[in-house]
Design a protein around this ligand. Structure first.
Ligand code: NDP
Length: 290
């Protein structure tokens, strides 16, 4: 049985955050990057994410502006707040925590964010720029996956990459980033025929489905790099719940060349890339205006 190397996303993200903090320090003569995070309602998981984002933003030496609003907030009022943040020169990045309550259209709210402050990379302008090869703010999770991949496979040219999942947040931008690396990309989804067979041909396999351990060991090409984006809470068997990915991790060991664990793989990279995007947005706003 060949050895599978486990990609330590937590250590990679800690290192990246250290580099970001150093860059923020060096940028001080130009000002301090500021990230505004907007949370509507009291979804407990979202509240934890927002708290972590604020903590890490401050730890990197940046300003964090938290806006916690009631679940009853109207769409107009949220869009008015976005307009205010767009005009605020101390705010360089704006993140609206999803999901939003049913009375608010996420599409309308995301479209209201100034694309130069869109650190989540969800605005159609950034999606279009990414798809056409222009500089863009790129969604954090696929950006983090790409960084992990580059650390193990510096040259991905010609490799076959299979991305399972076609969401605007993960799957589609992930496929664009792999195309930029000259991979031959296949996008699989819930209507794909013979999905296991598609996966077996992948030198790089990205699972972004949201189905616990759907990708079995015998779907993986020996030696492949497997990036597991899925975060699924399942019964831990001891009266407690636990987190698992979209890949059957134990089955993948000894087959995959590399794999990201869940937790501790892609997850920590997402917040680190949010900080990185905030610095990128700051530099584009401040340094190009000078
Ligand atoms: P979505 O629900 O938006 O998309 C899921 C995708 O998986 C869809 O394209 C869907 O296909 C596809 N899919 C669903 N079932 C199957 C199936 N049986 N076979 C093949 N494809 C299937 O999810 P997200 O992209 O937002 O997230 C995916 C996972 O990644 C989730 O577990 C989420 O929690 C996790 N995640 C993790 C992050 C991190 O920081 N680590 C950040 C963001 C997400 P179709 O389009 O045909 O319906």
């Amino acid at each position: 049985m060949a050895e599978t190397k486990i990609i330590d996303g937590k250590a990679f993200a800690e290192n990246l955050c250290g580099q970001i903090a150093a860059e923020v320090g060096a940028l001080k003569p130009h000002g301090i990057p500021g990230l505004a995070v907007v949370l509507v309602g009291e979804d407990p998981a979202s509240a934890v994410y927002v708290r972590n984002k604020a903590r890490q933003t401050i730890a990197a030496g940046m300003n964090s502006f938290e806006h916690r609003l009631p679940a009853s907030l109207s769409e107009d009022n949220l869009i008015a707040l976005i307009g205010q943040l767009n005009r605020d020169h101390s705010v360089h990045g704006i993140l609206v925590q999803l999901p939003l309550p049913p009375q608010i259209s996420a599409d309308k709210v995301l479209a209201a964010i100034d694309p130069t402050k869109d650190v989540d990379g969800f605005h159609v302008v950034n999606a279009g720029r990414l798809a056409t090869g222009l500089p863009a703010l790129v969604p954090c999770t696929p950006l983090g996956c790409t960084m992990l991949l580059k650390s193990i496979i510096p040259n991905m040219r010609g490799l076959k990459a299979v991305v399972i999942g076609r969401s605007n947040i993960v799957g589609k931008p992930m496929a664009q980033l792999l195309l930029q690396q000259d991979c031959t990309v296949v996008m699989a989804h819930s209507r794909t025929r013979n999905i296991a067979e598609e996966c077996r041909q992948a030198d790089i396999l990205i699972a972004a489905v949201g189905r616990p351990q759907m990708i079995r060991g015998n779907w993986i090409k020996p030696g492949a790099a497997v990036i597991d984006v899925g975060i699924n809470r399942v019964d831990g068997g001891n009266g407690k719940s636990k987190l698992v990915g979209d890949v059957a991790f134990d089955e993948a060991l000894g087959i995959a060349g590399y794999i990201t664990p869940v937790p501790g793989g892609v997850g920590p990279m997402t917040i680190a890339c949010l900080l990185q995007n905030t610095v990128t947005a700051f530099k584009a706003q401040r340094l190009t205006q000078a």
